[in-house]
Design a protein around this ligand. Sequence first.
Ligand code: HEM
Ligand code: HEM
Length: 176
Amino acid sequence: MKRYHPVLVGLHWLVAAMILIALFIGGPGLTALQNDDPAKLFGLTGHMIWGLAIGAFMVVRLIMRLVAKAPPAADAGHQALNLGARAAHIGLYVLVLVMVASGIGLAVSANLFQIAFGQSGAPLPADFAVFPARFVHGAVATLLMILIAAHIAGWAYHQFYLRDGLIRRMWFGKRM
Ligand code: HEM
Ligand code: HEM
């Protein structure tokens, strides 16, 4: 097996793009708006739909990953690097799912599903900082940025130092 299943490949790049947008554009853009700003509810609704879609794609990806045949673990030349890569891949699934879960937790605590989707007309809470889930969401966002940077560094190590073209495994083509 030379490559990941095409569904896994497609979802890897879709989810990667969606996460980078949420982490560096959507989330920070939202935080910059005060909760009484008329634009806030619109942005928040978009971020919630976007985040929930990431969660759904990530769950489908995880199921496919467990079910479909995958290439053998890549060899980076050192036992420690190989273990690090495995831990980072598991960590990526965990942190993304914790982002989604803490986002849902925050939405439930602050009654955002009713306000955003139920059009209850109720105002947003003055500040999300009073909710513990808000702290988790912000802290895990930072951890996820660091882990993604490490993941990209791992890719660069394979691409430019080992020159083994590992990225081909995460692209479409003949799998056998
Ligand atoms: C930004 C969010 C990203 C997430 C959440 C993510 C997640 C993952 C995960 C979980 C895997 C392990 C394969 C699996 O078990 O499904 C993986 C593999 C891979 N990713 Fe990413 N990725 C992201 C971005 C990137 C970027 C920007 C690059 C390249 C510049 C990249 C390159 C790769 C490569 C080459 C593999 C294959 C590694 C192997 O075959 O062992 N990823 N990614
Ligand atoms: C992987 C998915 C997600 C990512 C990457 C993401 C990313 C972010 C980021 C980077 C922030 C700003 C954090 C900060 O500045 O400290 C944020 C804020 C927020 N997110 Fe998410 N998020 C995701 C999913 C969700 C979901 C599913 C929901 C709700 C259903 C949600 C609701 C919120 C709320 C309410 C805020 C607070 C905005 C504010 O303080 O003004 N997020 N998100």
